[in-house]
Design a protein around this ligand. Sequence first.
Ligand SMILES: Cc1ncc(C[n+]2csc(CCOP(=O)(O)OP(=O)(O)O)c2C)c(N)n1
Ligand code: SF4
Ligand SMILES: [Mg+2]
Length: 205
Amino acid sequence: MTNWRSGVIPTWCPGCEDFIIYAGLQNTLAKLNMDQDKTVIVYDIGCIGNMADFVKAWGIHSLHGRSVPTGVGIKLANPELNVIVIGGDGGVYGEGLSHLIAAARLNIDITVIVANNQLYSLTTGQSSPTTPKGSKTKSTPKGVESVPVVPLELIKAVNPEALAQHVSCLEPLKVAEAMEKAIKHQGFDLLDLDQLCVSFGKQLR
Ligand SMILES: Cc1ncc(C[n+]2csc(CCOP(=O)(O)OP(=O)(O)O)c2C)c(N)n1
Ligand code: SF4
Ligand SMILES: [Mg+2]
């Protein structure tokens, strides 16, 4: 069986649900017997993006908010490749939101997996576009004033054919099932994962 672990020990905080996403991805890539030479994983910047060091696969640790267009470029240049994009809510729904919408509208055949902890966690817990209204975070001590972005509704609005899923990391088996469905899907797909940041986001769950 193909080994998808790089050998580098993950540096996430103990109890971080990024471990669930990492385990789900490892299991799914192995279960689907993915061709390691034809699988490319593009990582955004952030805690979840640090997975770039922990997975043994071709990949790019791109820029914050620029993982989706990097993945789109790879797919357009070589359609034979399986392209998976992994990022956080800050990168994919904040700085990179227009790229996400463009890729969904064009129905580019990539899988986008988002660790949605409703925070900019690597930078120690500022609010993101998905932080619920009223939530107190490091950057919003009096509570967030705006309503959150709802990723699945955005995707469905621009492409009814796209596969858009939402699963909580509290259900690891469902995370892996959803990853399998997403990777098998032909066309654009988004997997939004409810991921707890135990260090800065306990007040959000
Ligand atoms: C263009 C750019 N803007 C800002 C930063 C600083 N920065 C690094 S990580 C990060 C937050 C990441 O949040 P998210 O994408 O949600 O990932 P998480 O850390 O929560 O997993 C920010 C703002 C950066 N590296 N590059
Ligand atoms: S800061 Fe939060 S998201 Fe980042 S590794 Fe720690 S628990 Fe996970
Ligand atoms: Mg985040």
